[in-house]
Design a protein around this ligand. Structure first.
Ligand code: ATP
Ligand code: MG
Length: 190
């Protein structure tokens, strides 16, 4: 199986690049952000529970997102592989993911880490906010998201580096340029 973690700060382009990888490698998309937004849109109990946390730019509890990922994996027993987008965001989530994959006799193949300067992230997210209608694409929430990323999520890169799985990708340039860097890196790494 090809199991990829796509990693990077908010606005790094994880969702965009995931879309291309899914098409090329027939992977199942596991985006906790998308799943949480779907829950909010449906007005479910879960959606109501996470709404204010997301609007504040804080991380939702590990318990909630780990359960979403476990369910997604369970629902795709014959997958070619998975792409994890916006998950894991804490070391506890990364450990849980290792456990889930282990129980299926598989593991993470590599982590693709998109690096993008902070000024670029902020301008991308503000630009997206004009269209997205997302409760968290505004100036105040963006800075909260970036600080959550630095405090809680950055250590996840060290976790995969210790396993020899971290692959750094320059996340600036056109969508195609970045996609080419990713396919080159996957060829070298796998
Ligand atoms: P990108 O713009 O690169 O796609 P993002 O940071 O904008 O990334 P999402 O991954 O969509 O956004 O996440 C949106 C929000 O959903 C987060 O700020 C957080 O509140 C919540 N969330 C999503 N995934 C997780 C997770 N794994 N753990 C905790 N909270 C999460
Ligand atoms: Mg996203």
């Amino acid at each position: 199986m090809l199991n990829i973690v796509i990693f990077g700060p908010p606005g790094a382009g994880k969702g965009t690049q995931s879309g291309l990888l899914i098409k090329n490698h027939q992977l199942v998309h596991c985006s906790t952000g998308d799943m949480l937004r779907a829950a909010m849109a449906s007005g479910s109990e879960l959606g109501l529970q996470v709404k204010d946390i997301i609007a504040a730019g804080k991380l939702v509890s590990d318990e909630i997102v780990i359960a979403l990922i476990a369910e997604r994996i369970e629902n795709h027993p014959h997958a070619n592989g998975f792409i994890f987008d916006g998950f894991p965001r804490t070391v506890a989530q990364a450990e849980a993911l290792d456990g889930l994959l282990n129980s299926k006799n598989t593991s993470i193949s590599c982590m693709l880490s998109l690096s993008v300067p902070e000024t670029e992230l902020i301008s991308r997210l503000l630009e997206r906010g004009k269209q997205s209608g997302r409760s968290d694409d505004n100036e105040e929430t963006i800075s909260a998201r970036i600080s959550e990323y630095k405090n809680k999520t950055l250590p996840v890169a060290d976790f995969y580096q210790a396993q020899g799985k971290l692959v750094e990708i320059e996340g600036i340039g056109s969508i195609e340029e970045i996609a080419d860097r990713i396919s080159g890196a996957l060829k070298d790494h796998l």
